[in-house]
Design a protein around this ligand. Structure first.
Ligand code: PDD
Length: 290
């Protein structure tokens, strides 16, 4: 079922009437940024962190954002209300705007703003209980991976490879180091220590930040340092974080089991801590014991 209304350039428009001109630079050049923000029980989770990252991405690409945080909040809250979405997510995209096709952009463009709300989207209970498979792929993305740009072709191709291999996620490997997933951040547990790539040319995941908070609070030793891909062979756990994935255990990478091939104890604590924060911050009744 498509959403009832989407937000487009300042107004709420029926889904099938919400169209963008063919010379929108988002369409022509992927000259656009985006966010995916989850809501639980009708309340956004970490909205302010997502809006802060949107501002950083916009500043990096020199796209002037048309709204301040208060206005974004109002718009997105109204969007989920109008669509009756309580547990779901909102996709927000801001492109540089519409102009005759030329690589350099003219002054004075009006950014195109689109926001779409959909229910659902959390991992199936089966994936949470049993864990998921992943594959590794070369990280051939561009040099500004921290910008949440819609230039996602390498991510799209890698995720397609994962899907064809029967895996949930593809994990990027750059210069022999495990960086992140195509739409998630990645953690490795080795000898009781939780490792994740530092915030150096990866997407600074909002969920990654939550996982690190939970780990520190739980007394799990954390190191934000580069992870050689060979560590996967001796890792006791591999864990994904992301707005869509929430917190998920990877139990197989490139056909080899991770640890004993089942979701491990660090995953269980991190997922529980994540859901506890969701419950505390949104007031939603979440099922912690999935
Ligand atoms: N992607 N790394 C990449 C490359 C991502 O695209 C994402 C999220 C993450 C996790 O970030 P967060 O925890 O803030 O969602 C890490 C979104 C969900 C997507 O493209 O659908």
């Amino acid at each position: 079922m498509p959403p009832e209304v989407v937000f487009l350039n300042g107004g709420f428009v029926p889904y099938d009437q919400a169209v963008v001109p063919v010379e929108d630079r988002g369409f022509l050049f992927a000259d656009a940024i985006y966010e995916v923000i989850r809501c639980y029980g009708g309340r956004f989770f970490r909205l302010d962190d997502h809006l802060e990252r949107l501002e950083q991405s916009a500043a990096a690409l020199e796209i002037p954002l048309p709204y301040d945080r208060a206005r974004w909040t109002q718009v997105l809250e109204e969007l989920i209300r109008r669509n009756g979405v309580r547990d779901g997510s909102v996709y927000v995209q801001v492109s540089r705007g519409v102009a005759p096709r030329a690589h350099a952009w003219p002054d004075g463009l009006q950014p195109t703003v689109v926001a779409i709300a959909r229910p659902g989207g959390t991992p199936p209970a089966e994936a949470v209980r049993r864990g998921v498979k992943a594959i590794t792929v070369p990280d051939n993305r561009w040099g500004l991976c921290w910008v949440k740009t819609t230039g996602l072709l390498p991510n799209v191709l890698a995720k397609q490879r994962a899907a064809r291999a029967g895996a949930y996620e593809a994990l990027f490997v750059r210069d022999g180091l495990l960086t992140e997933g195509t739409s998630s951040n990645v953690f490795v547990v080795r000898e009781g220590v939780l490792y994740t790539h530092p915030l150096a040319n990866i997407l600074p995941g909002v969920t990654r930040m939550v996982v690190l908070e939970v780990a520190r609070e739980a007394g799990i030793p954390v190191r934000e340092q580069a992870i050689p891909v060979q560590w996967l062979e001796r890792a006791s756990e591999v864990i994904l974080s992301g707005t869509n994935s929430e917190v998920l255990a990877v139990v197989e990478v490139d056909g080899r089991p991770v640890g004993d091939g089942r979701p491990g104890p660090v995953f269980a604590r991190l997922r529980e801590g994540y859901l506890a924060r969701v419950a505390a911050e949104t007031g939603a009744a979440v099922d912690v014991g999935a």
